[in-house]
Write a protein that binds this ligand. Sequence first.
Ligand SMILES: *Cc1c(COP(=O)(O)O)cnc(C)c1O
Length: 365
Amino acid sequence: MPRPILATVHAAALAHNLARVRKAAPDARVWAVVKANAYGHGIERVFDALRSADGFALLDLAEAQRLRALDWRGPILLLEGCFELRDLELCSRLALWHTVHCDEQIAMLATHKTQLPHRVFLKMNSGMNRLGFAPERYRAAWTRLNALPQVEEISLMTHFSDADGAKGIAAQLQAFEAVTHDLPGERTLGNSAATLRHAAAMDEKSDWVRPGIAVYGSAPDYPQHSAADWGLQPTLTLSSKIIGLQQLQAGDTVGYGSSFTADGPLRIGVVACGYADGYPRHCTTGTPVLVAGERCRMVGRVSMDMVTVDLTPVPDAGIGSEVTLWGRASNDVVLPIDEIAQSAGTVAYELMCALAQRVPVVVGD
Ligand SMILES: *Cc1c(COP(=O)(O)O)cnc(C)c1O
């Protein structure tokens, strides 16, 4: 028998979440963001469930090729644009739309030979200070791009740094509007948090929204809101089984470093899942885990291949009992990935992307 660890991608939940995001921005078209191999889910595994998206956004050219190989004929947007000249050739060949965020990309476009002029998304740095032209340089970049025969259509783009938090999007939205209000072209502004939390402010200002994490069933503003608060369903379950049992007495410890000490008799389940599977090592005693669909707590340290669980709430559990590290158990009880991420001091994005190669993945419903 193979080691019992398994990741399940929930196709119906992906479709549900996409529809949920659409409802938040009913007049906008939706880029389903599938960068980082669809946030670790696998582009090929999510494609069918997400094919009602208006387009796919990503940044790796090989991933764009994989989408075209799936026969996706609709829009694909490269969120970081082109890195070198031959990327532009691929854009021409595969009809990829690409972000233009710096002078070097404009210069590269100017030397590109193409029969098919490109659709480009000119990015403004409205305050995030990663990619994009500063507001005072944006219109000059637009004018230069607009003069290129290689460019067919210019869309306008920015990205918010604080859509999930107290600062919000108002200042960046205003910076963007002030410079672009009379420029032609479609706009794309918001990620998941902006789309869910600032729908009213973005209304009619964003022709396209760019949700990623919400599509994958995590709340962009956890713990202020949970995924359930937003009506989002988990799209990825990490499950395994109990492969060992230990009966502890008061004073016994568990695992490396003896970080957990039993204060009385305690039954421990040893689960076939560790940090080499992508389960975060920063999770410590108290992190929730489902055994047979019941909430239990992890005890001791996460090791490479195993974690250890206090079985007090599930006296009937034994070797072979189902363990859900995050996601949905077979009794439909949900352990939100956001809770595990918080326990590890990180975000669900990182956990999804860190799912290890050695974990087999199936698509289920
Ligand atoms: C990753 C990304 C998104 C999606 O962000 P989420 O927080 O996952 O919704 C949107 N826009 C850009 C430019 C991105 O890089």
